[in-house]
Design a protein around this ligand. Sequence first.
Ligand code: CTP
Ligand code: MG
Length: 523
Amino acid sequence: VNCLNSVQRTFRRSAGTERGAVQTEGTLGEDSGEKDGPKSFYELMADRQEQAEKSVLISCQSRTSEKKFLNFLSKHGDIKKHFFYESYGVYAVVEFACRDNVVSLLESAAIPSVSHESMVPFKSRLLSLRNHSSGESPSLPCQPQTTVPINELIQRLSREESVDEQISSLTEAYQLREENSRLRFLVCSLLKDIAAAYFPECTIKPFGSSVNGFGKLGCDLDMFLDLDTISGKNLKTPKSGLSLEYQMKRTNSERHVTQSILSVIGECVDHFGPGCVGVQKILNARCPLVRFAHQPSGFQCDLTANNRVAMKSTELLYLYGELDPRVRSLVFTIRCWARTHGITSSIPGAWISNFSLTVMVLFFLQKRSPPIIPTLDCLRDLAEQLLTDFFEFYATFPFSRMSLNIRKGKEQNKPEVAPLHIQNPFETSLNVSKNVNSSQLDRFVALCQESAWLLQQSETRTPTGVGGKHTTKPWGLATLLLPSQVAGVKGRKKRKPHHASERIKSLLESLKSKNDGKKNSDS
Ligand code: CTP
Ligand code: MG
């Protein structure tokens, strides 16, 4: 996944692509502030989580005036974003500028007075707006949170002019909206407040189709109770002197820990969670979970714990979906087709799941010739190899004869004498690097040789641990940034051939024989 991430970043940066319309409208990407370049899956997740922490969910009376509502709330702070939707009544999601505004709002809220029922005294960020004044206002403008019915979709698609347009139109209609994505993170955040009664440091994160880019409006909300900040990290125990550690209850299996955590959280959600109904504890499943319906959002929720792999596969799917817009479109289309024909179902059972179907689409895309998306193994090798290969490529490139042509993606015979010839892609008779002299080109080649050689050394390839008291020994890319051994690198004087070190010569030999080997195996 890391590899895919880096390939994706490199790809985006180098191609200078804007986040495409298809991609951003759906899930995490929107509002993510692209000024500093594309964000990683985890950065996007963190942004959404932060927004959710500063948000509240309010049940409203539909005849309330939007303006009055906003005026009333903004007494507690600036409202960054708000929207309304319908789910057993009208609800508002309101994001404030900071957490303190939410605290102030909650302090102003009253405890409801009920005469025939008793209340569980658990306060949360799920509130109800009471409207004591009379007067009618137009209905609040609600954002749709469900997909169009299939017949309507069929009509809509039939109005398009090509299959391509139909596929885009389907993707457009089905994908999660920005608002829906926010609501999913907010529900996670509200649940975290409940789980925090036991584990104050926990977080609850959405995974699966809510965030992998393939979610359809109305899909379930898969959540993951993350306790890694407690169990994962460990401060180093000093070798001498005194230190403290927590006493913790021990059990014989991790699975058992997960089951008991989910069991108490399940009870808690069932008894104290406002709006959570139909709580089922399914603790003997391969992946133990608590299932319930969150009525204010209308989401069917599955809460799991200790489920890091699912988080990784979610990220992987997300990144695949980002690599090429055709990936998401094809997945949405095939999913819709499969659902319509009962190949998949919203009920769990012996049928193909949406997740399996998605992986099948990805596999198909990998098997295309040429592949539309790369395989995982290929990416892993690529991410490690790209840098090395880059240096090897230019260490051995026949600059004396050939010109670089990015229009065709090929090298071509040089049309004119110049140490380095790079064809201007838009004015093809021009040489982009006309200014470069031969000693500068030599330096570049020599550095490529040295860096390629360095990256092949075992001590450069892996972290070597602590150097001094507070320093870490440079490795990998860091090594390449240290002062170079290559003669003449600092100077501008022409480097004489005999300055090339023995090391570089032997490298050249090794590269040559390696390339010959590659050619042989290719053929
Ligand atoms: N998952 C997995 N292995 C499985 C099933 C699920 O790793 N055999 C992970 C995947 O990351 C998947 C997530 O759990 O995305 C949630 O599973 P599920 O809800 O079944 O699939 P979704 O991708 O969320 O699709 P849907 O819209 O049908 O909920
Ligand atoms: Mg799901």
